[in-house]
Design a protein around this ligand. Structure first.
Ligand SMILES: [Zn+2]
Length: 477
């Protein structure tokens, strides 16, 4: 571990972010610029994200499959908006096995086209519908400006692709998966996301409508943390995904796609982290509780290790680590596990053993306030409840931070000054030109238009024309 102090968030947030990732051994830079190596501790967070999402996908009737990494170039060209949106970021293979390929192959930036091609083959009749498939995969988008987890040339994600008999069903699916993401973000990751609709300008290339969950990072920038797209019949028509209906008539399907990526690890880091390092939400933390035995003599060691073993046993079922490294001082270990964001630390020294107790320290409450003594026999009952309380506290803190930094500016001047320190929740007339001018002036984009938009009547924050909706504007990653 690097002995220099971690940069302070308030002094250099971006430096803090990069260093915390490397020091906590979540990820590292790869030899190819813009690529990322996800280290075991970072991958363990991703695995926990995967299992929380997989459970929710399966509970809503989805199954997993795997589609190829290479896509014929011609597939992408079949959907006009899609190819326009993705062309600048494509990695293309033109040589294979030492020979020039007849048709260039694209390394998948997303899989609507290849999956659409297969669905056209598999779907024959209304009896085959709906098709509800998800895949866990890596994708490649040739980004120019990259950041670990947030934007890398290659990243990991899941992409769900569904086909339905009616528009209504596909719309319900699109919203259902946004709800699944919201539930995951709030109740598993303690990230209080704001769900809503993307403006046309910000929607997925080829979608009719895109929905998003947006999270506020500790520097008040927004991070798009998951998206769900209603594709209408755009891809069904491009790929001939058709079915015979009850009357034996050929109909085009209605499709959706939805994805959440390793970017979400970035959301967790920047939502909860502090100047000591990572703060991991207990339900995703690879290590939920670290036990640190403290002793000076062989005699103390025996009694302390015995108690540590007992504590570990009582907590079986949780993700526990006993840090029995002898070459490091307890103080070093405290800092090390704080940096790595372990939600709860249990310290056991000779005095605790005498009292048949342990000392616990919560990562979410710094200093003495987060410390208390617990009878060792109560651990089994108490620790899971404390972990739940840590989750609730992280969610409450992040929600308060978010709400404290959402402003309702009165006019455009105020908008321009407030947008540097938070989000603006403002009236928007719906005109793309206003959206573009705001972006040019302030770098702020429309993050989403939230759902509860009844009886909204006001004047567009930019042009002053009548507006029937309000949108969240912010600078974003
Ligand atoms: Zn306007």
């Amino acid at each position: 571990m690097n002995k220099n102090k971690l940069p302070k968030q308030e002094e250099n947030f971006s430096d803090w972010y990069n260093q915390v990732i490397q020091r906590a051994e979540l990820a590292d830079y790869a030899p190819v610029r813009g690529c990322m190596v996800v280290r075991p501790y970072g991958w363990a967070i991703w695995e926990n994200i995967q299992s929380a999402l997989n459970k929710r996908f399966k509970d809503t009737g989805h199954v997993n499959a795997a589609f190829p990494l290479f896509i014929p170039m011609s597939f992408l060209e079949k959907e006009k908006e899609h190819v326009k949106g993705f062309s600048p970021e494509l990695a293309v293979v033109t040589i294979g096995g030492g020979e020039k390929l007849e048709e260039p192959l694209v390394v998948r930036p997303t899989s609507e086209t290849i999956i659409g091609h297969m669905y056209a083959k598999w779907i024959k009749s209304y009896r085959d519908l709906p098709v509800l498939i998800n895949q866990w995969a890596n994708v490649v988008r040739w980004e120019m400006r990259t950041r670990l987890f947030l934007r890398t040339l290659e990243f990991y994600w899941q992409e769900g692709h569904t086909a339905h008999a009616t528009a209504e069903e596909a719309k319900i699916e699109t919203r259902q998966m946004l709800d699944v993401y919201t539930d995951f973000a709030v109740n598993v990751a303690a990230v209080p996301v704001v769900p809503g609709l993307k403006s046309d300008n910000e929607k997925f290339a080829g979608a009719v409508r895109s929905y998003t969950i947006e999270a506020m990072m500790k520097d008040t920038k927004a991070l798009q943390s998951g998206t769900s797209h209603y594709l209408g019949q755009n891809f069904a028509k491009a790929f001939d995904i058709q079915y015979l209906d009850l009357n034996n008539k050929l109909q085009y399907c209605w499709t959706t796609s939805w994805g959440l990526s390793t970017r979400f690890v970035g959301a967790i880091i920047m939502t909860h982290g502090d100047n000591q390092g990572l703060v991991l939400p207990p339900r995703l933390a690879p290590i939920q509780v670290v036990i640190i035995p403290i002793f000076r003599s062989e005699e103390e060691k025996k009694a302390v290790m015995n108690a540590a073993g007992k504590a570990e046993k009582m907590l079986s079922g949780l993700r526990i680590k006993v840090d029995d490294r002898i070459e490091m001082t307890p103080g070093f270990k405290f800092n090390d596990w704080e940096l790595r964001g372990v939600p709860l630390r249990i310290e056991i020294g000779p005095k605790d053993v005498e009292k048949n107790a342990v000392m616990i320290a919560r990562r979410d409450i710094p200093g003495r306030e987060g410390k208390s003594s617990l009878p060792i026999d109560s651990l089994k009952a108490q620790i899971p409840a404390i972990l739940d309380d840590i989750h609730d506290n992280l969610l409450a803190k992040a929600t308060k931070f978010r709400d404290d930094h959402i402003y309702n500016p009165n006019d455009y001047d105020e908008f321009r000054s407030l947008i540097n320190s938070g989000w603006a929740y403002s009236y928007w007339c719906g005109d793309k030109a206003c959206e573009a001018k705001i972006k040019k002036d302030t770098k702020a984009t429309i993050r989403c238009i939230p759902f509860d938009q009844k009886n909204i009547n006001g004047k567009c924050i930019y042009c002053g024309k009548e507006a029937k909706q309000k949108a969240y504007f912010s600078r974003a990653y």
